[in-house]
Ligand binder design. Structure first.
Ligand code: GLN
Length: 538
């Protein structure tokens, strides 16, 4: 097994995750089998309980792990299927160490950061190696910035690990910032030198320096200087520029300085040049589509760039497949609570209500669903967005005025969305969530069935607590709502749709976690296609 470790220097938000994922894309296109993981130095056990304000989206894996959103990039940029082993936080590391201490596993020894905590981190690398025997390369991104106290134990563990598996099987890549000082008209290398010095203090000499720069590339002089003071050949200094249109340009951008050649040389492997034609083609369709649509995303965290990351990426994939740019109109659900929907979302070609927790903005989302249903605007509800569609239908079609989810109104007379009986006694936060991949059966002859190309059983990822209340099934069906997919084992409603409407579909699961650049999710593609038709008719 070969190992690539990606660290970051100088500042955060450099796009380290994207750089790691892009290197994965390039290596995969050279014919290597790649998997990826992230080490996060914070103390939360996982990002599951963190606010989107803190951490952006929580990305859910097949096995139900709630992970860092960078794992979303990994699965979108590389054909890997990740598991809970692929995201490790300090919280998890300490949890294990302390459990072992209580169990007496340390046989009365003093439990120390080194070796016990660092051993725990190294063990994860060995476990992931064991789990991915058919892979050629494991790329590990270390969260945070070199020099942070929190990250120290992880870097120390990597230093030891490289010694154990052989330094020639490891490639350390340091992603850093080259600030451009306007007044001096110069790109500055000093912060990079200092952050590499910090790494070397710990005993890690990076093999490759990836320089994030606003410029279009690095000059030979800059490469030489950075190489000299960071102790690498100038060729191993690679530019990572601001991409102009799309993050999917990143692998192409990093490929310009031939990072795939340098990495494989460091690792001592010989592979053909990357064949990027399919990726190039996809990027071309993202950048130069012939059509465009405007789709409103009505949510609570609309001002945050990262809160609905996978949804925005899914639009990019579905847009490319439909030769169409999706302009996302971010609508704050609370604005719809007082305002007139006509004024706020009257001119969009489609409406998406994404997942969410808590009651803020709920009535605004219900207003959006109603507006879409009544005006024939394509509607797609995800998770909370399906619950919203059901509440709206119950209130305004069935005439159950106070229908609600018990999440928002514990005493509603019409709990059309509620907890399942067996969940009710479990109080601990998170303990009752339905997480990860579950199968669903699709009813033939439905919109859902045609979107999934006639597939009968699908597997989709979930992250929610409340479910459609089966007591209302007959009533909603009699009134015209079609339940087009269910989980048979637990009798749970997975998809609802409205026949007779141009496009009105909502699912309890999160399709956005399985959309891929060249395999857009059918429900997103369906929405974009419906929005295009809606626009043409207008
Ligand atoms: N809050 C809802 C639930 O827990 C929906 C969750 C979601 O949209 N992810 O069921």
């Amino acid at each position: 097994m070969k190992y690539i470790f990606v660290t970051g220097g100088v500042v955060s938000s450099l796009g380290k995750g994207l750089a790691a994922a892009s290197i994965g894309t390039l290596l995969e296109h050279c014919g290597l089998e790649v998997t990826m993981q992230k080490f996060d130095p914070y103390l939360n056990i996982d990002p599951g309980t963190m606010s989107p304000y803190q951490h952006g989206e929580v990305y859910v894996l097949d096995d139900g792990a709630e992970t860092d959103l960078d794992l979303g990039h990994y699965e979108r940029f590389v054909h890997c299927r990740l598991t809970r082993l692929n995201n490790l936080t300090s919280g998890k590391v300490f949890e294990h160490v302390l459990e072992k201490e209580r169990r007496g596993d340390y046989l009365g020894k003093t439990v120390q950061y080194i070796p016990h905590v660092t051993d725990e981190i190294k063990q994860r690398l060995y476990d992931v190696t064991e789990q991915n025997k058919d892979c050629d390369v494991i790329i590990t991104e270390i969260g945070g910035t070199v020099g942070d106290i929190e990250g120290y134990l992880f870097l120390e563990a990597l230093r030891q690990f490289a010694l154990e598996v052989g330094r020639s099987n490891c490639c350390f890549i340091h992603v850093t910032l080259l600030p451009y000082i306007k007044a001096a008209g110069e790109t500055k290398t000093k912060p990079t030198q200092q952050s590499v010095a910090k790494l070397r203090e710990i005993g890690i000499q990076p093999d490759i320096i990836v320089c994030r720069t606003e410029m279009d590339n690095l000059t030979d002089g800059e490469k030489k200087k950075i190489g000299m003071f960071c102790n690498v050949p100038p060729r191993n200094v690679v530019a990572f520029c601001d991409v102009k249109h799309s993050i999917y340009e990143c692998p192409i951008d990093l490929g310009r300085d031939r990072i795939d050649r340098i990495v494989t040389e460091v690792l001592g492997i010989t592979v053909p040049h990357p064949k990027m034609a399919d990726w190039q083609q996809f990027v071309g369709r993202v950048i130069h589509p012939n059509h465009s649509v405007r789709i409103a995303v009505v949510g609570k965290y609309i001002s945050l760039q990262d809160a609905y990351k996978s949804i925005y990426e899914s639009f990019t994939h579905a847009g490319a497949a439909n030769d169409c740019r999706v302009e996302v109109v971010r609508v704050d659900a609370e604005a719809l609570e007082q305002g007139n929907p006509e004024e706020i979302i009257g001119d969009v070609d489609g409406i998406l209500v994404p997942g969410g927790f808590g009651d803020r903005g709920i009535e605004g989302k219900i207003a959006a669903a109603r507006y879409a249903r009544e005006k024939g605007i394509p509607y797609f509800g995800i998770c909370l967005g399906m619950q919203i569609a059901c509440i709206e239908f119950a209130r305004n079609v069935l005439g159950l005025a106070d229908a609600n989810s018990t999440e928002f109104d514990k005493h509603t007379p019409h709990p059309i969305i509620c907890l399942q009986e067996e969940q009710k006694h479990i109080e601990t936060m998170g303990a009752t969530m339905r997480l990860g991949a579950y199968p669903a059966h699709i009813k033939p002859g439905t919109l859902c069935s045609s979107l999934y190309g006639g597939e009968e059983t699908i597997s989709e990822r979930h992250r929610h607590r409340y479910e459609f209340n089966a007591d209302y099934r007959e009533a909603v069906e009699a009134a015209g709502l079609v339940i087009s997919a269910v989980n048979d084992e637990h009798g749970l409603v997975e998809v609802v749709e409205l026949p007779g409407h141009p496009f009105y579909i909502a699912c309890q699961y999160h399709p956005e976690f399985q959309s891929r650049p060249t395999h857009p999710h059918p429900l997103f593609s369906g929405l974009v296609a419906a929005a295009l038709r809606h626009k043409k008719e207008d």
